[in-house]
Design a protein around this ligand. Structure first.
Ligand code: AQP
Length: 358
């Protein structure tokens, strides 16, 4: 693959750019779907030109729920390849695997020891996921937001793209940085000003952010872990499968597609998907499909989905056929991420009073 990767920087170097730094990631917990693309990765692509972007595959997060070891490595590689296939450019962004930068686990431990347990017990995502796990809830699931805080804080991220479901976790990361590290362990300058140890990140609320709902229930989000395979369109689904899933998608008895009718969540979701996939404004999609029946609309949506996903799938296959290139991109990403992360980890270690390791 002829695309060169970004040159590595070392820990001692100043930031190469004044562009605000952004960090985000997806868990390799299964096949990536339209929600991951339209709600997250597509927005990352747009951020690359004017932000210093770090994108990781958060494989340590993936084992906070039961997982199959035989699948983890493959899902990790396929997620990384999909980042590239969706347009994340290794010349502009640092792309890496979370578990290959050991500072994530180490900072997580340091943050664990200053984070009150009851901050974690009130996290909504923990309560929801714990309910699904029944009796077998791991300590890792409770600790998920502290690991996420470590991910963000290690890179001095200025901004973190967050959907509705992650807002509470980002708030927790901010509280840990501000109240538990900076306020407790920061020093004061000669003017009495607090010298922070960790940068406190801001949420990046994307106006274009899309929340993609399940094909089988317009009120719940499309998700990798939904046991019903028909509930989502995976980025690597074949044209036939896409068409079949859309054909079977839940509808309602009314004619005409429309946005914003609370009684018609499926119409809102599928029309929104059509607008995004066909590259239409919402107004144009609403006027095009406003008087269409479901029988005419569904093939149109399937055609738009296949047309949008085909180039991405072709690029994905090229990348998987060239494991050396993907390996190089991830090795360079790891090197650059490790350098930045090691510097931050060192600041925290020093502030907490640890002996220097060299
Ligand atoms: N349905 C969605 N609509 C919009 N955005 C979505 N994202 C996920 N689902 C939708 C966004 O994708 C990014 C990565 O998500 P993740 O894999 O780290 O975890 P998740 O949000 O829990 O995604 P899933 O698919 O629901 O995974 P499972 O089932 O494993 O928990 C995030 O930015 C997320 O907002």
């Amino acid at each position: 693959m002829p695309v060169p990767v970004a040159s590595a920087i070392t820990a001692g170097e100043a930031r190469p750019t004044e562009r605000p730094r952004v960090l985000s990631g997806v868990q390799p917990t299964g096949a990536l779907h339209l929600g991951n693309w339209l709600g997250a990765i597509r927005n990352w692509v747009a951020l690359q030109s004017d932000h210093d972007t770090f994108f990781c595959v958060v494989d340590l997060h993936a084992i906070t729920v039961p997982h199959e070891p035989a699948r983890l490595a493959e899902d990790t590689l396929s997620t990384a390849a999909l980042y590239l296939a969706c347009g994340i450019d290794p010349q502009q962004s640092t792309i890496f695997i979370q578990s290959q930068v050991s500072a994530h686990a180490e900072l997580c431990w340091l943050l664990n020891c200053v984070t009150p347990l009851n901050w974690l017990e009130r996290m909504i995502q923990f309560k929801e996921k714990a309910l699904k796990q029944g009796a077998d809830v791991s300590a890792g699931l409770l600790d998920y937001p502290v690991l996420m805080a470590a991910d963000i804080l290690l890179y001095d991220a200025d901004r973190v793209p967050v959907g509705e479901d992650q807002k509470q976790h980002l708030e927790l990361a901010r509280d840990i940085a501000q109240q538990r590290i900076n306020a407790r362990f920061g020093t004061r300058g000669s003017d009495g000003e607090l010298i922070p140890i960790l940068k406190v990140p801001q949420p990046l609320i994307l106006t274009e952010g899309a929340r993609v709902m399940s094909l089988t229930d317009g009120r719940s989000k499309m998700s990798k872990s939904d046991p019903n395979e028909g509930s989502r369109l995976n980025l690597l689904d074949s044209a036939e499968l896409i068409t079949r899933k859309i054909k079977r998608a839940k509808t309602d008895p009314q004619m005409g597609l429309e946005f914003g009718n609370p009684e018609r969540p499926e119409a809102d979701n599928l029309l929104g998907l059509y607008a995004l996939l066909a590259g239409r404004s919402r107004a144009a999609a609403a006027s095009e499909c406003g008087s269409m029946g479901w029988g005419s609309f569904k093939p149109l949506l399937a055609e738009a989905a296949v047309a949008a996903l085909t180039p991405l799938q072709e690029r994905y296959r090229e990348l998987r056929d060239d494991p050396r290139y993907l390996g190089e991109v991830l090795a360079q990403g790891r090197q650059r991420a490790s350098a930045v992360a090691a510097a931050t980890l060192n600041r925290v270690r020093q502030a907490l009073g640890f002996l220097a390791s060299t």
